[in-house]
Every structure is written in C-alpha cells, then in structure tokens.
Design a protein around this ligand. Structure first.
Ligand SMILES: [Zn+2]
Length: 328
C-alpha cells in the first residue's frame, strides 16, 4: 500500500493515523537497534492553533533512514529510531506547511543518500543541506544540486561529530560557493569567540543553527548573546535559525517561555535573515520530546505580526533555498 498519507487525506486525522490503522508501528528502528536512551518523535502531535501563512517552509528538519535502506554511518555518535521521509511529509501537511528544508543528520555522516532520496520524492517541495566530505567530486556536487541540495553543514558540537580541521572546511566552502550554496554552522555559544574569524571569512552566506545555542538562563542583553547579535549586525551574510526552543529552554514545555525573548529579538532585529524549523524528528533530546503542534504555536510569539511571520516562514527560506524557482 501507499505510505504517502497525503493520498489518503480523508481518513487521516494526524500523523499517527497510519500507526493506528496497523500498517506501521510507532517509531521503531531497523538495521540496528536504536540507543537505549533514545526518545522517539511524538507520533501523534497536537494540531497547532497557529496557521502558517500559505507557502510556509519548515526550514530545519531531518530524516533518519530507514536504517535497513539507508544504513547509519559507522562513525555516528548515536543510533536513532527510523524517521523516514513519508512521516516527515505527512507531518508537514498536518502542521500546515508546504515545504521542507531537510538537513543531513549526523547519524548518516557524509552519506547523503537518505537526504537526497527524500528530496527526490518531494515533488520539488523539499530542498536540502548536505554534509560534504573533502573528497567529494564535482559530479557528486552537481548531482546533489540537481536533487535540491543548497548548502552544507559544519558541525562544531563535539559530542555530535569528530573534529574536522579548519583548512578542510575552508576548502569545502570554496568548492560549494560557486554552486550558490551556503554553509550552515552549529556550535555552542561559548565557542563563538574562537570560531568567529573562521565564520566571517567564509565566502558564502552563513546560517547559524538555533541562534548559536544561547544559555537561556542568561539575559538577552547580556554579553554572551549580544556577541552573537553583533556578529549578525556586522556581517550581513550571517543568518540565524530561531528554532529549537526545546533544546535551549530551562523553563521547559509547552511554552519554552525563557527562550522566546532571544528568538523574538533576532526576528525583530533581522527580519530578513531568520529561518524557522521544527527540527523533527528531534535528534538526541534527553529531557523530553516536544509536541510539534506546540512548536508551531511558538512561532507567533517570536514573530508577532503577519509581516514578520511571512518573512520568517515564507520569504526568507524561499530566497535562500528556492531562488531559482519561478513564482507560482
Ligand atoms: Zn536538527
């Protein structure tokens, strides 16, 4: 039977409906057993009250496997549950989004096959951020571009990846720049001083994941977060994702109230350089699994006007990921 839930809209109440019909289990893993402390994604999120504007893009999400089709990378730091493209696209429709930007998950290392497969099965509604190795060929880069890849991700969070020398990353950045791709960087706030010169020397747009992971216990106008704000102010090629309150919050769900001021500050200060995404299926959450519907309801709190919402969810991601697309 088809696993495309969009074809069966009439009988679907939510992404869990498929599981409820007995055609698929709730989150599971194949290929290799998921980590004992792995928290699977919520198979039955709430319907958000906030309706995203037409054309909204979930600009940060992932696919995992399935592991028996797309094996996990030997060098991975975690083994997740399966989170295949069908589930991602069903969630997209359920939450009221039209497009996705799928970011390569570190459990797949530099093997982008699961990502590319997801893009190729999206009817043009997904674009991607790959993880590119030094030895990548021009033909491989072109094939990824054709599939919809528009960026590469450099991860500086040491618990997630092994160290890659800066000169290798610079070399990769110069390989992907002619394609019009950008670099996505993921790091902890405390590491920004050490990484800043590297970021500002990159020849592309630089998208910072999750606001550079600020410490939500510190003030928005304190020196640590202002260091990041200054980076954005001084470098118009630096963008930020304002997603993942569930990773940053100390006060916790459902409101993630302590993270709101950080995200809102960036949205209001740099309305044309911010992106938002669910981060489904929420890799490596240790404290709790967020309700994706509640995450969508977080958007109007950080982007309080329709203009800001449209910039955040439609105009900015379209400019960065679909700038070759004709208006529809
Ligand atoms: Zn993520």
């Amino acid at each position: 039977m088809s696993t495309d839930m969009t074809a069966r809209t009439g009988e679907v109440r939510g992404p869990a409906a498929e599981a409820a019909q007995g055609s698929a289990a709730t989150p599971r893993t194949t290929g290799q057993q998921m980590d004992a402390d792995w928290i699977p994604f919520d198979p039955n999120p709430s319907k958000p009250r906030f309706r995203p504007p037409p054309g909204a893009v979930d600009a940060h999400c992932h696919v995992f496997g399935p592991g028996d089709v797309f094996p996990w990378a030997p060098e991975r730091k975690y083994t997740p549950c399966d989170a295949p493209k069908e589930k991602l696209y069903a969630l997209r429709d359920f939450l009221g989004f039209e497009r996705n930007v799928v970011v390569q998950a570190t459990c797949h290392g530099n093997d982008n096959r699961a990502l590319v497969d997801a893009l190729l099965h999206s009817q043009g509604r997904a674009r991607g951020v790959a993880s590119v190795a030094r030895g990548v060929s021009d033909a491989e880069l072109r094939a990824m571009h054709e599939a919809g890849v528009r960026g590469t991700r450099f991860n500086f969070v040491r618990r997630l990846v092994d160290f890659t020398p800066r000169e290798v990353l610079v070399e990769i950045a110069h390989r992907i720049a002619p394609l019009g791709w950008h670099v996505v960087v993921y790091f902890e706030a405390k590491d920004l001083p050490e990484l800043r010169d590297f970021f500002t020397a990159l020849p592309t747009v630089v998208v910072v994941d999750h606001m550079g992971r600020p410490d939500a216990g510190k003030p928005v106008d304190g020196p640590e977060f202002q260091r990041f704000v200054t980076l954005m102010r001084e470098h118009p090629n630096v963008w930020s994702k304002v997603s993942c309150p569930e990773r940053l919050s100390v006060s916790g769900p459902p409101g993630y109230d302590d993270v709101v001021p950080f995200a809102r500050h960036l949205v209001e200060t740099f309305p044309d350089r911010v992106l938002w995404g669910t981060d489904w299926p929420h890799p490596n959450m240790k404290s709790h699994m967020p309700d994706d519907g509640k995450l969508v309801d977080y958007v109007p709190r950080i982007a309080p006007t329709p203009e800001l919402q449209r910039a955040l969810l439609v105009d900015n991601p379209m400019r960065l990921y679909w700038n070759d697309a004709r208006p529809t």
